[in-house]
Ligand binder design. Structure first.
Ligand code: SF4
Ligand code: SF3
Length: 544
């Protein structure tokens, strides 16, 4: 392994678009990065034991399935910065593995990794420095293995949200564990490529499961105008993606005299019928995750992070920042509980009552709620508009937002799109163009927001339906272009899912992932037509 304090290149903002080596651009320290590598390693070894157990007919407890899943989610970019959490999860994972190994009769076919054990933190930290990404020497194998690992991290996020609502699919957990165990072994490139596409298939299944969980629990998203101004009572700001946590917070705070506002990826909660019954569900405050240091400060009241994306907090609001679930930051209060129903938000609610009302950032409304059910209800109107030539093209501009200046490209691209194009979006990428007043086409808004990043599933359902309505053989024959922005690992599972669905010619930006080696990037270009963005004018020409 090269002698760097850490090595991480899992997100789009990685240093120099090659890798963070001293500390993370995200704010992660080298120690946290090493602990995350170690947690990934130990989780893979636990999975190897679990795979062997199942082969021997020994049942693996559902608690282990969920634990493995949450280990992955905890290492997603901007989820958790608390070294204590990582160390505890490493130790617990080793303990689970020890229990499983004790149940196995013959362990001779297990790898040295699966049989590795340590109790002391010193030994764990020592090992952590040897199991990072650079320990895989072949850069193409490293690239493919990390592509799969990041896809699995994205998958874990969506499985966690589904599980929070009581929806689980054992097959998806088993796939995840078999994949993680496989990543410990030597594998050739062809096998890894096939496995990446398989991961995409599982991504579609996971997003379908989450879609079912969300819509059966909260109803189908519907066209909704969301207030982006503020009221005059104190508020609680909730961010991240966990709708179960939001529901519980709304329930526990309903008669408390405080309002609940969403931030970033929690915005789409407003589109669900079930949340509309809460009179104190006031609106959406602010923009995408990376603006939080400024916006949380101005919010004045407590903030609850249910998942990524958390930015290391400023002292000005650190004492009113709370985390729950996979999110964590050392020194911030964490609300415990595996399921939302076990969580007690009273401390947050009491604190809110002592705070000033939020400072107004803006006024007005934004519109969203165009998930598959709502769009399909409008299908006739949409199809007519296409047939009459009023809509010439749909452009999928889903994915993530981020700090880099180069992401202004997406606002410029949205503004430069001809008036007869419609943007389909999901994820926090939308904040680059959802307040631009891009108008409508015969009553159909030019920005159709389906929801969170996981609701990219909705976009796929819509595309497949349009393919059917227009009697087309191939999804790529639709008047549909993809100009996707990525940042963290959920975007990786969405990308693999699109590849599995046969979508070609996706433009990806603002940069191609640093974890794609030149050979792997070349392969993705040749096989799937994946290309980096260039400039607005050129990309308009290519995509339209
Ligand atoms: Fe760097 Fe991104 Fe890794 Fe953070 S998550 S250390 S910014 S590559
Ligand atoms: Fe955003 Fe993190 Fe990716 Fe859910 S909140 S899309 S970046």
């Amino acid at each position: 392994m090269e002698n760097t304090a850490m090595f991480c290149f899992q997100c789009q903002e990685t240093a120099g678009n090659t890798g963070c080596t001293k500390n993370g651009v995200c704010g992660k320290t080298a120690k946290t990065a090493n602990l995350q590598d170690m947690l990934m390693y130990v989780t893979k070894t636990l999975c190897e034991a679990a795979v062997h157990a199942r082969r021997q007919g020994i049942a693996v407890d559902g608690g282990i399935n969920r634990y493995v899943n949450l280990n992955l989610f905890t290492t997603i970019t901007n989820a958790n910065f608390d070294d204590g959490v990582f160390m505890a999860r490493i130790k617990q994972s080793l303990a689970f593995k020890k229990e499983l190994l004790a149940k196995l009769g013959d362990v001779s076919s297990l790898s040295v990794h699966a049989l590795w054990h340590a109790e002391s933190e010193e030994e764990i930290m020592q090992k952590a420095r040897t199991v990072g990404i650079l320990s895989i020497e072949n850069i193409d194998i490293r690239s493919m293995k990390e592509l799969i690992a990041y896809g699995l991290k994205g998958l874990s996020a969506y499985l966690k949200h589904a599980a929070a609502l009581g929806y689980e699919d054992e097959n998806l957990y088993v796939f995840m564990q078999e994949s993680l165990a496989m990543l410990l072994q030597d594998a050739d490139l062809d096998k890894l490529i096939a496995h990446a596409v398989k991961t995409g298939e599982m991504g579609v299944q996971a997003m379908a499961l989450l879609d079912k969980a969300n819509t059966e629990t909260f109803g189908h998203p519907e066209i909704t105008k969301v207030n982006i101004g503020v009221r005059n009572r104190p508020g609680i700001l909730i961010s991240g993606h966990d709708l179960a946590d939001l529901e519980e917070l709304l329930e526990q705070s309903k008669d408390s005299g405080v309002d609940i506002y969403t931030h970033s990826e929690m915005l789409p909660a407003h589109y669900y019928p079930k949340f509309k019954k809460y009179a104190h569900f006031a609106g959406n405050y602010g923009n995408a995750w990376w603006k939080q240091t400024e916006e949380f400060e101005k919010f004045n009241g407590p903030v609850l992070l249910t998942t990524n994306c958390l930015v290391p907090p400023k002292a000005s609001y650190k004492d009113r920042l709370f985390t729950t679930g996979c999110a964590g930051f050392s020194g911030c209060r964490h609300i415990a509980g595996e399921y939302a129903k076990d969580k007690d938000f009273s401390e947050i609610i009491s604190l809110a009552k002592t705070c000033a009302a939020p400072t107004e950032l803006e006024q007005g409304e934004i519109i969203g709620g165009f998930a598959h059910n709502q769009v399909l209800a409008l299908a006739d109107k949409v199809v007519d508009a296409v047939k009459q030539g009023l809509i010439k093209k749909f452009v999928v501009m889903a994915g993530c937002d981020g700090r880099q200046k180069s992401r202004e490209y997406y606002a410029d691209f949205a503004k430069a799109l001809p008036k007869d194009t419609v943007i389909l979006t999901a994820g926090c990428a939308k904040y680059k163009y959802n307040k631009l007043d891009l108008g409508d086409i015969g009553g159909i808004p030019r920005v159709l927001d389906a929801g969170q990043c996981n609701d990219c599933y909705s976009l796929a359902v819509i595309a497949l339906k349009l393919k059917e309505v227009f009697g087309l053989e191939d999804i790529n024959d639709l008047p549909l272009a993809f100009n996707v922005a990525w940042y963290e690992q959920k975007a990786v599972i969405v990308l693999l899912s699109l590849l599995y669905l046969g979508v070609k010619n996706i433009h990806l930006g603002p940069t191609l992932p640093a974890f794609l080696s030149p050979n792997v990037a070349k392969f993705l270009t040749e096989q799937f037509g994946i290309a980096p963005i260039t400039d607005v004018e050129n990309d308009l020409r290519i995509l339209l």
